[in-house]
Design a protein around this ligand. Sequence first.
Ligand code: NAD
Length: 309
Amino acid sequence: MRILITGGAGFLGSALANGLVARGHEVLALDDLSAGDPDRLDAGVLFHRGDVANRPKLWTLLQGVQCVYHLAARVLVAESVLYPHEYNEVNVGGTVALLEAMRDVGVPRLVLASSGAIYGERAAQPVTEATAPNPQSPYAVSKLAAEYYAHTVGAFWGATTVALRIFNAYGPSQPLLPSHSPVVPRFFEQALGGGSLVIFGDGRQTRDFVYVDDVVRALMAAATAEGLAGCTINVGSSVETAISDLAQQVIALTDSSSNVIYSPVESGGVSRLRADVSLARDLLGYKPQISLAEGLRKTLEADSRFRCV
Ligand code: NAD
């Protein structure tokens, strides 16, 4: 297949691109490099720098493409609270621009990377796709809006649109940022640097951590599985892990003498989050294969940043 991945130089996009090229697909990656790094991409991936809302560029890139994976987005929840306009422009506006270009060229399938963040605070866990969304940040709102746009606009020209609600993905080369880094690489950096592991909130909040290879398997299946038009599907591990337990696992794995401190000023976010992945199993043949213990070990072994700390 000829495939376009927007956000293809990002953490998930590059893992997907490399995996698809290894399976013999022709893969184009579009990324504005606001957060991505083309060095993550294997030689076979055709990289193009550009904005996902640039329709003339998309018209060119989309020729002959059978499936688009749309991963380009601003992805930081805390940052979205400060810059909701930008998050709307990129995550919603970029999705709509892409949909228009796909319609113009006649591309038959879109797989959208949505997020478990759209569920927000929900007492009943695990959350299923029938759980009412409760987005609690501009980021979550933008992801939910992108889902609705994809399914609505895609149906106008008969495209198959699939939204995968990805939970807390982690793995090698996940970005480490000056502030509000994702928790797994942040804990590794803190544990290996001998500093304290800083937990926002009381550490009892739970998340569903899913290893990058499992996410990539679900994304790949979504390109070809039958009967997916208009579907929205959870992709997680379906295992609930408290952030304080994650911190202890990272400390043990790195043999670190770091302690854990709690930062009550920063919100720890929603109190619980766990994906029901029955629909992914039924529609995509998805089964999470990598446990958190194994995924953390693989991340530590494969990520060169952690070897140098
Ligand atoms: P990432 O930041 O590594 O990847 C996003 C990529 O999009 C970056 O490379 C960035 O440069 C690019 N980008 C941003 N704005 C762009 C624009 N206007 N035009 C072109 N490219 C642009 O993040 P990620 O973790 O790989 O996330 C990929 C997708 O998966 C995102 O849509 C995110 O919302 C979704 N998602 C990720 C997770 C997770 O845990 N990593 C969970 C749920 C959903």
